[in-house]
Ligand binder design. Structure first.
Ligand code: NAP
Length: 322
């Protein structure tokens, strides 16, 4: 049996680390299970240029390492392992990590989401070198060049429209003859002069030596193949929230995302932040901000129940809060 904790945070991305920084500074001594995939989606990116405070940009893994170090500095106990099982149906909540059962008064879920990939070896090889799942993060690197977006949903429309601000031209490649996207988003994309669509086509290979130079397309009806030159491939075929552990214990929407009111979930004392509950923004900075909110919400929730251990007597901060 492991120790009892005021707060257990599940997930080591910008949301989880930020929650740990705030919970740590509130003297709640959080336990953070960061998972074997510690750092989350930012570990797959190279330059992060839109995280405020880094005018020259910062490498994704560096940013995650810094956030992690900051959480440790304020007393977070970090375990690099996946949570195997949870029981959130009773209090204290129970969380199993590496075969040990830990208990907590409050749990913050920050397990994130994973972008879906096409699962092509050439796509994996060129990830970060022109292959991306985030136009907001990486579009700027291919300014005034041709770009390809794969997908037919709202994400693909949004990514394609966003990319037209910097691209010379954007081609949407969709495997059917009809978009899944909402009418309004589809219309905006179709009416944009910089966008054309390759219907009934799939990307079967990403071509390039060290960087993306083209994609090989196959017609889904005829099987015919051709090559489309491009500087970048944005894969926008959806995300999968990491919520398998929680199904049946807290309310999830149809896509598997955690339903939140602020950061509160349907279960008393369980909070969620970051991409696991966000289908709209999905940015490192919004994940971090919601991690801060979850920690503050959890702290206040603990206080109102007089459950905090030591928080009431927390030392006066030596530095000013942001
Ligand atoms: P989505 O609606 O599930 O669409 C995924 C698209 O990718 C579909 O067109 C699908 O094709 C295609 N696709 C899936 N797997 C593929 C594969 N292996 N190869 C090629 N194509 C593949 O996902 P989403 O666009 O990320 O949207 C998710 C949710 O977020 C939706 O509810 C959406 O409305 C919402 N959203 C809203 C906004 C907004 O309102 N601004 C923006 C983004 C997302 P098929 O159509 O053939 O299945």
């Amino acid at each position: 049996m492991g120790e009892h904790h005021s707060i257990i945070i599940i997930g080591g991305g910008p949301a989880g680390y930020t929650a740990a920084i705030y919970a740590g500074r509130a003297n709640l001594k959080p336990l953070l299970a960061e998972g074997y995939g510690a750092g989350g989606q930012l570990m797959l990116t190279t330059d992060v240029e839109n995280y405020p405070g880094f005018p020259a940009g910062i490498q994704g893994p560096q940013l995650m390492g810094d956030l992690r170090g900051q959480a440790e500095r304020f007393g977070a106990q970090i375990i690099t392992a996946d949570v195997e099982k949870v029981d959130l149906t009773q209090r204290p909540h129970r969380v199993w990590i590496e075969g040990t059962e830990h208990t907590a008064d409050a749990v913050i879920i920050a397990t994130g989401a994973t972008a879906r990939w096409l699962n092509l070896p050439s796509e994996t090889a060129l990830r970060g070198f022109g292959v991306s799942t985030c136009a907001t993060c990486d579009g700027f690197f291919f300014k005034d060049q041709r770009m390809v977006v794969v997908g037919g949903g709202d994400s693909a429309m949004e990514e394609a429209i966003y990319l037209t601000r910097m691209a010379e031209h954007v081609t949407i490649v969709h495997r059917r003859h009809q978009f899944r996207a909402s009418d309004i988003m589809a219309r905006r994309a179709l009416e944009n002069d910089k966008i054309d669509v390759r219907w009934n086509a799939e990307v079967i290979e990403v071509l390039g030596d060290g960087k993306v130079e083209a994609v090989r397309l196959r017609d889904t009806r005829t099987g015919e193949e051709d090559i489309l030159p491009t500087a970048a491939l944005f894969v926008a075929i959806g995300h999968d929230p990491t919520t398998g552990l929680f199904a049946g214990q807290i309310d999830l929407d149809d896509e598997g995302y955690i339903i939140t009111d602020g950061t509160r979930t349907s279960r008393e004392g369980v909070f969620a932040c970051g991409d696991v509950q966000d289908t709209v923004y999905r940015q490192a900075i919004t994940a971090a901000a919601s991690g801060c909110m979850a920690a503050i919400d959890a702290e206040r929730w603990l206080e109102t129940r007089n459950d905090t251990q030591g928080a009431a007597g927390a030392a006066t901060p030596a530095t000013k809060d942001a």
